[in-house]
Design a protein around this ligand. Structure first.
Ligand SMILES: NC(=O)c1ccc[n+]([C@@H]2O[C@H](COP(=O)([O-])OP(=O)(O)OC[C@H]3O[C@@H](n4cnc5c(N)ncnc54)[C@H](OP(=O)(O)O)[C@@H]3O)[C@@H](O)[C@H]2O)c1
Length: 288
């Protein structure tokens, strides 16, 4: 697909996979819009790419709302929205200012809200929306749909696996609701990528990941790749045709539909997640 002048909004673009994807999409002629949290990192990427940039901390839904409203006003046409920001956090459960578990809000709820605010533009633009999931959904999730905020049972690995399953469930349910209108959502796993994504974890995950960043043996053992390679499936999804080159609602790895957690195919779970996310974000998605 010719990306010239296409508007592509990327969350988590100040670092890692999002930054690499933004660079590759810019090189293909897209007008990329950089979203980050850290002001300096975000400014550096924006300036290096000569691209507009915005910051918001997704642990605060008021900041996500403000970001969404600014984007809505600035971009009357959006070709691609990349819901990518996220990470794995501490051993001890943390709660955001909105009262949600941190991983759940950062990876899923914030993107659910941002997508809601931009929905009319995304529909009119027949946009592709791409959510960064993870193999961790299949390996780590113990999703209890009655305990989305992990009040009963928390571990950072479970929270991460759940959040990454949730972004796939979001894509499935989004497609059931809006796919017929020509707007499409999909999710993917980037591979095991050498980035900062575990830099805010502690304990075992932090030790393992710090080791992996330094040890060539660990990198080989876990088939770890650099962010440029990690962005490959994401850039491919962003630059090809939904319905033709890829099937909306599915979960991809290495440009192929791939199996993930079995709950990803449960429409009752997806619907419940959607309805609870609406309540927790204080929004309603229209029935169209
Ligand atoms: N690395 C892997 O092996 C791997 C595997 C599967 C999936 N993923 C997923 O890939 C996505 C990108 O991660 P990455 O590996 O590229 O790690 P990264 O280098 O740490 O990038 C994470 C991005 O998310 C942003 N972010 C984190 N917390 C945020 C918050 N509270 N509010 C707003 N933005 C926030 C960061 O912003 P700042 O830098 O500005 O703070 C950064 O731009 C994540 O969703 C991650 O779960 C990664």
């Amino acid at each position: 697909m010719n990306m010239n002048e296409k508007t592509v909004i990327v969350t988590g673009a100040s670092s890692g996979i999002g930054k690499a994807a933004a660079e590759q999409l810019k090189a293909k002629g897209a007008n990329v819009v950089i979203i980050g949290r850290d002001p300096e990192r975000t400014k550096a990427v924006g300036e290096a790419l000569n691209a507009p940039y915005y910051t918001a901390d997704f642990t605060d839904l008021a900041q996500v709302r403000e970001l969404g409203e600014k984007l809505h006003a600035a971009y009357p046409h959006i070709d691609v929205l990349i819901n990518n920001a996220g990470g794995i956090y501490r051993d001890k459960r943390e709660v955001t200012v909105d009262g949600n578990e941190r991983t759940f809000q950062t990876c899923h709820l914030a993107h659910f809200l941002l997508t809601n605010i931009l929905l009319d533009t995304l529909i009119e633009s027949k946009a592709s929306i791409i959510n960064t999931s993870s193999v961790g959904a299949a390996g780590l999730s113990k999703l209890d749909i009655h305990d989305l905020n992990l009040e009963k049972k928390y571990a950072n690995t479970i929270a991460y696996g759940n959040a990454k399953l949730e972004v796939t469930l979001f894509a499935k349910e989004f497609n059931r609701r809006y796919g017929k209108l020509g707007v499409n959502m999909v999710s993917f796993h980037p591979g095991n990528v050498l980035t900062n994504f575990a830099s805010e974890a502690d304990g075992f995950i932090h030790s393992m990941y710090s080791l992996a960043l330094k040890s060539k043996i660990m990198q080989a053992l876990f088939a770890m790749i650099g962010p440029e390679e990690g962005a490959d499936t994401l850039v491919w999804l962003a630059t090809t045709e939904p319905g033709k080159d890829w099937q909306p609602g599915n979960y991809y790895y290495k440009r192929r539909i791939t199996k993930t957690h079995k709950l990803a195919d449960d429409p009752v779970v997806a619907k419940s997640l959607w309805e609870q996310s609406e309540r927790l974000c204080g929004v309603t998605y229209p029935v169209l």
